[in-house]
Every structure is written in structure tokens, then in C-alpha cells.
Design a protein around this ligand. Structure first.
Ligand code: OGA
Ligand code: NI
Length: 351
């Protein structure tokens, strides 16, 4: 008999205790999960200052100052809160809204978009692939968004009605923001403007992940999302507008990422750490649950074309700063293979 296992949302609704597979083991090592460490003073950066059109109202001095802030943020934190991105708070709330509405639909409606076994895209929660795996207390809808001809539209919800057009418009905006960020990151390191964008390539990938973190009765023993660094190049996260839970690891401490409802939280992934020859950081982060409120987030992962070889930008390699990483292709697959073997991908590509 094949039994369809419950989603996290169903377990949460039914008041189930989190099953054993969700409980963080080895408590001697990790201790109880600290669900509310102090707020992280993550830099807030006005990315409109990186726009260089003749009609720009800012001075080049303002741009220089912001570029230096960017360099410093990405070298120390590997993340920042982006304001001045040009999207209104109403629009961001609409993106949050369609995400909440999708997860609020009846299970039989959501199951139409279920992730098939062995697939990445679609709706579902963690599946057990090994005995001692610790599962995450979250449900997700994963969708390839770019290149556009790779969209599997049968997995794109038809309900709520404005879902597709809202996510499409949001992704389109983020794609043009990515262009600005790539240039600014390069300029902040005194590199040619296209040093990073050309490594991502024309057919760069954008993968979307809409996430629901349902309330959990054991927030001190269960993660919404275990500690990890992203395998992406650059991740743009739209946080829930009210419920905190995302934490970043800095100077040996976990800190809570503040919520700024009109900002985008940007963090780098491993591939940007490689391309920047280790100058920029791919931060460890995790998500904790809470017992009262559900929380959503919308993550867009921007990755280089899989068949393109990426590696440290030549101008970032010199006698004082030797090449830290080998060139690598298809980091996504590589990362997965390492994960299966219990290896850390980023360590494996070190020289
Ligand atoms: C991720 C991630 C954070 C969040 O999906 O990789 O880190 O707050 N998400 O949902
Ligand atoms: Ni992440």
C-alpha cells in the first residue's frame, strides 16, 4: 500500500507532534535551538544609487560611498537588505499575498502541482533519502523561472488567479535588479563591470522557491530550514512581512535577520564566493519555527548557466591573494553529489 505522507502543513493543522525525523538529534552538540537571538545589524543599501542614467539625481560621491558599503557588507556579512529597488510595498505585499493564498488552498488543489519522486520542481516537503536525515518543518513550491523556455507551466498554480502574472512580474523585476547588482559588485572591487555577469551568462538560471513554515509545537528542537549556505550565485529573499525566523551566522554566533517589509534580503551563495576568490562570503543561515504563527518567504536563486565554467575572476588573483578555488561547472549537481557523500562542496573545490 502506498501511503501519501502528510505535508508539514497538515501535521501542523492536525496538531501532530513533529515525528522523530524532524527532531534535531545530538543535542549535546547543538543544544536547544535558540529561536530568538539578538537582531543582526545587517547593512541596508540603497541600490538606486547604483543606477547610472543621465537623469539620476544622486552624485557620484553618493554612489562611491554606497559601493564601499556594498563591498564591506558582502565581505563581512555576505548579505544586505536592499532598498531603492523600485518596487512598491503594495507590490511586494501582492507577491507575499499570492504565496499565502496558494498555501491556504485546499490540499487537493495544491497536490495538482506535487513534486514527482526524484524531481526538484513542484509542491511538497522534504522526502526521506537517508536514515539519519533531519527533516525541515516547511512545505515548498519550487519552480524554474528563467530561462523562460524551461518553465514547466503545468507546475505553476492556476489558483490564486493572479499567481502566475504576479510571480512573473516579480521575477522580471528581480532579473533587472540582478543586472544592477552584478555591475555594482564588480565596480565595488574595481573590476570591469561585466566580470560577474558574463560568468552567469545569457542563459543564467533563476529558480524560485515559495516556502511555508507552519507553526511547530517544538521550536527548540525542530528547524524550519537547517543551517546551510546557498549553492546559488545570488539569492534574493522576500521575507514574511511580520514573522521573523531567519538567522545568519556571524563571528560564531547566530543572529536574527530583522524584517524590513519594503526591503529585499540579498545573500550570496557559494558560487559568488568562488568567483570573488573568497573576498565575498556565502553566509551560513537557517530558519527557526515558532509555535504560534505561520510564516512564508519567497526565495529567488540566481545561478550561472550550468554548462559554463566559473572560477575566481583573474584580477582578484595575485601574489598577495592566491587563487583559492578551482574552476567548476554545474555547481548545482556537484553540490548535490557532495551532500550525498556528506562533504561540503565549497571545501572540495578549494585549491
Ligand atoms: C533558502 C533559505 C530562508 C527563508 O530557501 O535557501 O535560506 O527565510 N530561505 O525562507
Ligand atoms: Ni538559503
Amino acid at each position: 500500500m502506498l501511503s501519501v505522507s502528510k505535508t508539514v502543513q497538515e501535521m501542523s493543522k492536525d496538531g501532530d507532534e513533529p515525528p522523530q525525523h524532524y527532531i534535531v538529534r545530538d543535542n549535546t552538540l547543538f543544544g536547544p535551538i535558540d529561536t530568538s537571538p539578538p537582531l543582526a545589524p545587517i547593512p541596508v543599501i540603497d541600490i538606486s544609487l547604483f543606477l547610472t542614467s543621465p537623469s539620476s539625481l544622486h552624485s557620484s560621491l553618493q554612489e562611491e560611498t554606497e559601493l564601499e558599503k556594498l563591498r564591506s557588507a558582502l565581505s563581512s556579512w555576505g548579505c544586505f537588505q536592499a532598498i531603492g529597488h523600485g518596487m512598491s510595498i503594495e507590490f511586494l505585499n501582492k507577491v507575499r499575498g499570492v504565496t499565502e493564498e496558494f498555501f491556504a488552498m485546499p490540499m487537493e488543489e495544491k497536490r495538482k502541482y506535487s513534486r514527482a519522486a526524484g524531481e526538484i520542481e513542484g509542491y511538497g516537503s522534504d522526502s526521506v533519502v537517508s536514515e539519519n536525515q533531519v527533516l525541515d518543518w516547511s512545505d515548498r513550491l519550487s519552480l524554474r523561472i528563467y530561462p523562460e523556455d524551461q518553465r514547466k507551466l503545468r507546475l505553476w498554480p492556476k489558483q490564486p488567479q493572479s499567481f502566475r502574472e504576479t510571480i512573473d512580474e516579480y521575477a522580471m523585476n528581480i532579473r533587472s535588479i540582478m543586472g544592477i547588482i552584478f555591475k555594482a559588485m564588480a565596480k565595488s572591487l574595481k573590476l570591469e563591470e561585466n566580470s560577474f555577469s558574463k560568468q552567469f551568462g545569457e542563459e543564467a538560471i533563476m529558480q524560485g522557491r515559495l516556502i511555508l513554515y507552519p507553526p511547530c509545537s517544538k521550536p527548540n528542537q525542530v528547524f524550519g530550514l537547517k543551517a546551510h549556505s546557498d549553492r546559488s550565485g545570488v539569492t534574493i529573499l522576500l521575507q514574511d512581512k511580520q514573522v521573523k525566523g531567519l538567522q545568519v551566522f556571524k563571528d560564531d554566533k547566530w543572529l536574527t535577520v530583522p524584517i524590513i517589509p519594503h526591503a529585499l534580503f540579498l545573500n550570496l551563495g557559494d558560487q559568488m564566493q568562488i568567483m570573488s576568490n573568497g573576498i565575498f562570503k556565502s553566509p551560513m543561515h537557517r530558519v527557526v519555527t515558532n509555535s504560534e504563527r505561520e510564516k512564508i518567504s519567497v526565495a529567488l536563486f540566481n545561478e550561472p548557466e550550468p554548462e559554463k565554467e566559473i572560477g575566481p575572476v583573474d584580477d582578484l588573483v595575485d601574489d598577495k591573494r592566491p587563487r583559492l578555488y578551482k574552476n567548476v561547472k554545474n555547481y548545482a549537481r556537484f553540490n548535490y553529489e557532495c551532500f550525498q557523500k556528506g562533504l561540503v562542496a565549497l571545501d572540495t573545490v578549494k585549491f
